[in-house]
Design a protein around this ligand. Structure first.
Ligand SMILES: [Zn+2]
Length: 492
């Protein structure tokens, strides 16, 4: 029995998402990435004596949006507490967070698994808290002697989304994170930019013999800066724990750091318990009260969510479930697809172009779909030219590349470059006759029963016409010219 067949992984994830507010959680400093260090700070977020926090209303509305979009129960009264610990990036010596009475609890997120089935994870809670600053260990002339601290991020609003330990493998963890990110992007709660730290993930993982109900001792993995690294780190940690137990040892409850370069986890510290933080209610803030009106305001501002849109795209446009799930990862991509599908009148073709060519080009250039040089209307124009038989599917790929490079319209490019499909038999017959005459051996082997030879002839005609020949006409003309072949003509 292999290791993973014997052991069942039990995984829970904690995701920190930065809220897309204009200002920080308790002061009016800008919530912005990339400014010069320590330029977005004030007495409140620096923790100077006498400075008092004032709660940002927009942050609460966004947190409510995340809670409602994940089916959580929102609590009308929640309480900010001080989480006390010392670290150089935390000037106050405590972080304002929520502990015993979080903003929301008991939600759930469904996600699509690669095998086409649907998974579900329960959310234990969503609470609000402020971010800490950031230590800068490199990039300065004095970096080999000391570290700097940038407090621009101190006080930036976060929500922490904590799952129940419902996930049963790295693949499920990855699928859940993908679904959660889609929800946060749709609702514009967060920009989910992992490179800028807007979305961070910690993973709790333990193993138990398959069939067991009790949980094993868990470790917490930190420093997971991409979904791929979450999956890799979990795989590594699961087999590490299995090896420890199988050799007669015990897993120790601890926090480990993932090292993506070495592909391994490194022990960081023994895991702290909640009482180590000496939580107590924040005396400078009253309990947060969100009445029905505020909750309804947040509910009204929610857009159509990814799961609902996925179902709608599948039914309204007759798309396979896989297409619908890829197209709804980002709201802008789904918008783009719907515009192209409607304008082209061929949703499946539009879906194929968006899922393969458009997303590939965007990925290559590191751009979002808003910056696509090919508009949905222009893509629809290309699809219509193929459907009308004006250009072949093969030529269309070239036309698309030119549209991407120049921002031009498909029809203009086709006309300018003379790429129209050759469907006229009188023009094609001459090429077919020439190709057949030049290759008597291939013609003989086709007549002698080698069906594949026909494909070779089609390829020759395509080559001579620069890919412009209508493949269906070429096929028919070749069969006519070569005589009866080994198989009846196939309608393509
Ligand atoms: Zn401030």
């Amino acid at each position: 029995m292999t290791r993973l067949a014997r052991w069942e992984p039990v995984i829970g994830l904690e995701v920190h998402a930065q809220l897309l507010t204009r200002t920080k959680l308790f002061c009016s400093c800008a919530n912005r990435f990339g400014a010069e260090p320590n330029t977005l700070v004030c007495p409140v977020c620096l923790g100077l004596p006498g400075a008092l926090p004032v709660l940002n209303r927009q942050a609460v509305t966004l947190a409510l949006g995340a809670a409602l979009a994940t089916g959580c129960t929102v609590h009308e009264v929640s309480v900010f507490e001080r989480k006390n610990y010392f670290y150089p990036d935390l000037p106050k010596g405590y972080q304002i967070s929520q502990y015993q009475r979080p903003l929301a609890s008991c939600g759930a997120v469904t996600f699509a698994l690669p095998d086409g089935t649907e998974g579900r994870v329960r959310l234990a809670r969503i609470h609000m808290e402020e971010d800490a600053g950031k230590l800068l260990h490199e990039g300065f002339p004095w970096s080999d002697e000391k570290s700097g601290v940038d407090l621009n991020r101190a006080g930036v609003p976060l929500i922490e989304i904590v799952t129940e330990p419902d996930l049963r493998g790295p693949e499920e963890a990855h699928a859940y994170l993908t679904a959660l990110k889609a929800i946060l992007l749709y609702t514009a709660v967060s920009d989910c930019n992992m490179e800028e730290g807007s979305l961070r993930c910690d993973a709790n993982v333990s193993i138990r013999p398959r069939g067991a109900t009790a949980f094993g001792i868990r470790t917490e993995i930190k420093n997971l800066n991409s979904f791929r690294n979450v999956a890799r780190a979990l795989e590594h940690e699961i087999s590490r724990q299995a090896a420890v137990v199988e050799s007669g040892g015990e897993v120790v409850q601890e926090t480990v750091l993932w090292n993506p370069e070495r592909g391994e986890t490194v022990s960081m510290r023994s895991k702290e318990d909640a009482h180590d933080y000496r939580y107590f209610p924040e005396p400078d803030l009253p309990p947060l009260v969100v009445g029905t009106e505020w909750i309804e305001e947040a509910r009204r501002s929610l857009p159509e969510l990814p799961a609902g849109r996925q179902r709608r795209l599948a039914s309204e446009y007759g798309l396979p479930g896989y297409d619908a799930s890829v197209l709804t990862q980002e709201r802008e991509v789904a918008d783009y697809f719907e515009a192209a599908a409607r304008a082209s009148g061929n949703p499946k073709a539009a879906s194929n172009w968006v899922m393969t060519d458009v997303l590939r080009k965007l990925k290559e250039g590191g751009h979002g779909i808003a910056e696509s040089p090919v508009s949905p209307a222009a893509l629809a124009g290309l699809v219509r030219l193929i459907d009308a038989g004006t250009i072949s599917g093969r030529i269309a790929k070239d036309v698309f590349e030119r549209m991407w490079a120049t921002g031009g319209e498909a029809l203009a490019i086709v006309e300018r470059e003379g790429l129209t499909q050759l469907s006229d038999d009188s023009a094609l017959e001459a090429v077919v006759a020439e190709v057949v005459a030049r290759s008597p051996d291939q013609a003989a082997s086709y007549r002698g029963g080698k069906a594949a030879a026909l494909g070779w002839f089609v390829g020759q005609v395509m080559k001579r016409t620069g890919g412009r020949a209508n493949p269906r006409r070429v096929d028919a003309l070749l069969r006519k010219s070569l005589g009866e072949g080994p198989e009846p003509p196939v309608e393509r």
